[in-house]
Write a protein that binds this ligand. Sequence first.
Ligand code: RP5
Length: 161
Amino acid sequence: MGARVGIIMGSQSDWPTMREAAEILGTLGVTHERRIVSAHRTPDRLWDYGRGAVDAGLQVIIAGAGGAAHLPGMVASKTRVPVIGVPVQTRALGGLDSLYSIVQMPRGFPVGTMAIGAAGAFNAGLMAAGILALNDPELAARLEAWRSELSASIPQEPVDE
Ligand code: RP5
């Protein structure tokens, strides 16, 4: 089966963050692809990716970028495939720049925006899996099991470290 989720990012430097999404999708058995697609440095690639997303069979796109993070919004402008945006943490402004660039989309072109950084990327993978699980009972069972395991791993009491 082809990739069901596309993970795109503005730069190689985003990969340490975005790999969190790839890893949880891999754990849950969701096929995905990873691409560097920059809104500013490779705008034609961005256009082609957005325009071809439906025909490529993508069901969710996870888009991560930092700073002037236009990638998630721009890809959302080119496809009806749901886009989950991940604001990558930045040195200059801590990722608030990325968050504000992604979250304030104009009416009509939504981007589901996650938290800044690695937790946001991880949750983007879980969110994508949850969307796909609506029509995939086997994935739904794997996701339920993963959630139960996480809950079971949380101790009742804190310990001295
Ligand atoms: C954005 O600029 C990328 O998403 C990245 O987060 C940031 C910095 O990119 P590099 O200069 O590290 O390639 O487009």
